[in-house]
Design a protein around this ligand. Structure first.
Ligand code: GLA
Length: 411
């Protein structure tokens, strides 16, 4: 009998303990998620037509081929709760329902993302998930949702870690692996606790469609790409595979100049940020498309080491950013933040960088010879034997990837 009891308790605890401690589904975002989100361009103007056409465009434009995967419907797809409390999609805008939409997205080889909020109401005033977390997660799982952006409005008296943990567990219980994107704008320092709960967390308030400006709405502000870049200071140690700092979605294709789009996109790649396009994929010009699909820049973002880059130096408005990559390769980006062209001169003999976080050292000062590749020109531009002298246009970037030259064994 005693033996039976201990076997019984062993089995029960085996069943119960994992659900008590259940946290996020591991391994869903080993590299930063790549996709598209409706909010920056369309706000509340979402519909199944838009989402299906966007998925089509993602495939036809070559974005899927470049690695983009998630098509995320942001706020305003939901309209009410039914008599049992289940969430209801707007029947005018989503007449076929979310399940049919998910099936369509999956048939294109893509994944569907959806949006909700930890509070009573979403940030646009639609029904939020507070008190309905398990019901909502169940619904998302039934529909075939793959990604949840979970916001933080109308959250009076809620504790952020508690609220996000509840949704994380609800997803786990519903049984479908869903990426959890924590979107509470950095106010509760999600980098300190987000790793166990979700796969990425917003670090700042909303991005604004400009390169370098602040949009002041009185009670709140939204931020240009450069302002957001500066707010990432001190956060790189918290990011890594399956848990990323999220400096918000891209504004590429929404009106910045081509130089600025290139710089914004490159810096998000350098930050190992999720790359969520935020423009109209159905109508983008070839310059925007070539920015969004630069596979060599995307490869810096998607590097399997998952180390976020850092600002190494600032010199006359030109910032040098560095990111260690696999196989002892390195990304070195020069960002010209000024409104005038800037000349840079790189003397590789003086270039020695020790990255304390990764423990890696980049040393081009001695006999180590590195080949230099320009990721926007998409060609090799020499090696570290010679100084590099180059002009960077205003609000633009020079993106280099360097790798050690193989020396031929002497016979
Ligand atoms: C917040 C988020 C945005 C967007 C809106 C939707 O402001 O930060 O990214 O999701 O809510 O209402």
């Amino acid at each position: 009998m005693k033996k039976f009891n201990s076997i019984f308790f062993f089995i029960i605890s085996f069943l119960i303990i994992p659900s008590i401690y259940a946290q996020k589904f591991e391994g869903l975002a080993k590299t930063p998620p790549l996709g598209w989100n409706s909010w920056n361009k369309f706000g509340c103007n979402v519909s199944e037509k838009l989402i299906m056409e966007t998925a089509d465009a993602m495939v036809v434009s070559g974005m899927k081929d470049a690695g983009y995967q998630y098509v995320v419907i942001d706020d305003c797809w939901q309209i009410a709760r039914d008599s049992l409390g289940f969430i209801v999609a707007d029947p005018q805008r989503f007449p076929s329902g979310i399940k049919a939409l998910a099936d369509y997205i999956h048939s294109k080889g893509l994944k569907l993302g959806i949006y909700s909020c930890a509070g009573d109401k979403t940030c646009a005033g639609r029904p939020g998930s507070r008190g309905h977390e398990y019901q909502d997660a169940l619904m998302y799982a039934k529909w075939g949702v793959d990604y949840l952006k979970y916001d933080w409005c109308s959250t009076e008296n809620l504790n952020a870690l508690g609220a996000y943990t509840t949704m994380s567990r609800a997803i786990r219980e519903a049984g479908r692996p869903i990426v959890l994107s924590i979107c509470e704008c950095g106010s509760n320092q999600p980098w300190l606790w987000g790793k166990e709960v979700g796969h990425l967390w917003r670090t700042t308030g909303d991005i604004y469609n400009c390169f370098d400006c602040i949009q002041d709405y009185g009670s709140w502000k939204s931020w240009g790409a450069m302002q957001i870049l500066d707010m990432q200071e001190g956060l790189r140690q918290y990011a890594g595979p399956d848990h990323w700092n999220d400096p918000d979605m891209l504004e590429v294709g929404n009106g910045m100049s081509n130089n600025e789009e290139r710089a914004h996109f490159s810096m998000w790649a350098m930050l190992a940020a999720p790359l969520m396009a935020g423009n109209d994929l159905r109508n983008m010009n070839s310059q925007t498309l070539s920015v969004l699909t630069n596979k060599e820049v995307i490869a810096i973002n998607q590097d399997s080491l998952g180390i976020q880059g850092f600002r190494y130096a600032v010199n006359d408005s030109v910032e040098t950013w560095i990111k260690p990559l696999v196989n002892n390769e390195w990304a070195i980006f020069y960002l010209n933040r000024s409104k005038s062209p800037k000349n840079i001169l790189v003397d590789w003999k003086k270039f020695s960088v020790k990255d304390d976080l990764s423990g890696k050292t980049l040393d081009t000062t001695d006999k180590n010879l590195f080949v230099i590749r320009d990721l926007w020109q998409k060609k090799e531009i020499g090696d570290t034997k010679k100084n590099l002298s180059i002009t960077i246009p205003p609000h633009d970037v020079l993106c280099l990837r360097i790798k050690q030259k193989q020396t031929k064994p002497s016979i």
